[in-house]
Design a protein around this ligand. Sequence first.
Ligand SMILES: Nc1ncnc2c1ncn2[C@@H]1O[C@H](COP(=O)(O)OP(=O)(O)OP(=O)(O)O)[C@@H](O)[C@H]1O
Ligand SMILES: [Mg+2]
Length: 290
Amino acid sequence: MRKILTIAGSDSCAGAGIQADIKTIQALGAYALSVITAVTAQNTRQVTAVREIEALVIEKQLEAIFSDIRLDGIKIGMLGRAGTVQAVSNFLASFFQAGAFWEKQLKNSLPLVVDPVMIAKSGDRLLEEEAVESLKKNLLPLASVITPNLMEAGALLGREISSLEEMKEAARELLEFGCQWAIVKGGHLKGEPVDVLANKDSLYLLRGQRVDTNCNHGTGCTFSAALATLMGQGLAVPAAAKRAKAYVEYCLEHGFAIGEGVGIPHHFAAQRPWKPEALKDGSDAAKEEF
Ligand SMILES: Nc1ncnc2c1ncn2[C@@H]1O[C@H](COP(=O)(O)OP(=O)(O)OP(=O)(O)O)[C@@H](O)[C@H]1O
Ligand SMILES: [Mg+2]
């Protein structure tokens, strides 16, 4: 089983963040590992508190994983503050440089998807202002793919992006930060949710159907986690991005409400839950009393 690491924040209502990533990675048939960068208190209506994890504890989590487990892909989501961006970037940069014992590292082919999370759907800020410069300088150059939404692409480039033409220009321009691929996500466009994918040689339009739903908590987390997983399973970036988008659409189609606000995309709609119908000893567990 391929092993995919998510480095992100916890969402207590589990529609986004590390919880959405773990569900996505497992739903796509890989094993999910996690490094928690922040804890958010949130429900379907709002974020009520954010507490970042100290850099040393983040480094320890990274060290614990990298010193033992050979990964197939990494996704980075919410980092929160400049110190966290710095700690994660430094760790990964020295790891990529050392490269020593992993063949994959020597080929520099471990997929690294960076979702530059800045603001939650509820409007709450998830990356402090000072962290944006560090993100651009230290983390984006390490990325195989970056996946900003319209607002984040705008913040990275310092101008508003609101049309498909502007998304195409933005996707190409984002490559100047040193990432190999950039996807500008069009979930916030009116009408068809087109994403634009670019590398230095080519540009793809990823078209999809808009699902008319408010069960869209964490679509961005789900998309980037799916992308890292599918790349980790060996797909090239354009094919992985197309499938990741189709997976998000599928989760949205089966979304459901858990509270009074925004609903949750269903990450496991394709799977049936395990039921203890027949035990090995022949007894019927469903009828047993516990
Ligand atoms: N209603 C929808 N129907 C179909 N696809 C959608 C819809 N909303 C978003 N998408 C797709 O979901 C993916 C995530 O895009 P989106 O623009 O929502 O990211 P985001 O703003 O980062 O999300 P989040 O607020 O969860 O961080 C993209 O591939 C986008 O095209
Ligand atoms: Mg997002």
